[in-house]
Design a protein around this ligand. Structure first.
Ligand code: ZN
Length: 143
């Protein structure tokens, strides 16, 4: 992983073979990034994505082992249980230019992973477990 800091933002290059969610989450912990917007592009493999089934309060999973284009990664960082937590959704492209996408659990960089993190410099962006939804949802306050 390589990075460059520009003002309160970071350009992060997650390199071949590195896990994206693990690398970016660890980066946020190390840099004290508690509230942020993250976007990215690249090429990835061993992708675990899903969709949330509100009725069963559980995720449907699908694994893609092959190399796919990471067309778009959109995510945010908030504090959950005292630690930076990354929530991200992705859009993937096949070599036939078909598109898949979903909630991202984990994936590995196959060629490059190029991400931009905008650190909002805020410690009050929180996630708390919501019984009705069955997930830790954003709990925002304006302090
Ligand atoms: Zn999600």
């Amino acid at each position: 992983m390589q990075f460059q800091k520009i003002n309160h933002s970071y350009i992060v290059h997650v390199e071949e073979g590195e896990k994206v969610m693990q690398t970016l989450t660890n980066f946020c912990i190390e840099k004290g990034i508690h509230s942020a917007q993250i976007s990215g592009i690249g090429a990835v493999r061993n992708i675990d994505i899903g969709a949330y089934d509100i009725t069963n309060k559980d995720y449907i999973h699908r694994i893609f082992e092959e190399i796919l284009e990471l067309l778009s990664f959109q995510g945010n960082v908030a504090i959950k249980d005292g630690e930076p937590f990354l929530h991200a959704h992705i859009t993937l492209g096949t070599h036939d230019m078909e598109v898949y996408g979903g909630h991202l659990f984990e994936m590995e960089v196959a060629a490059v992973g190029e991400f931009i993190i905008h650190d909002f410099q805020n410690k009050n962006t929180l996630r708390q477990y919501n019984d009705d939804i069955g997930l830790a949802t954003l709990k925002l306050c304006n302090l």
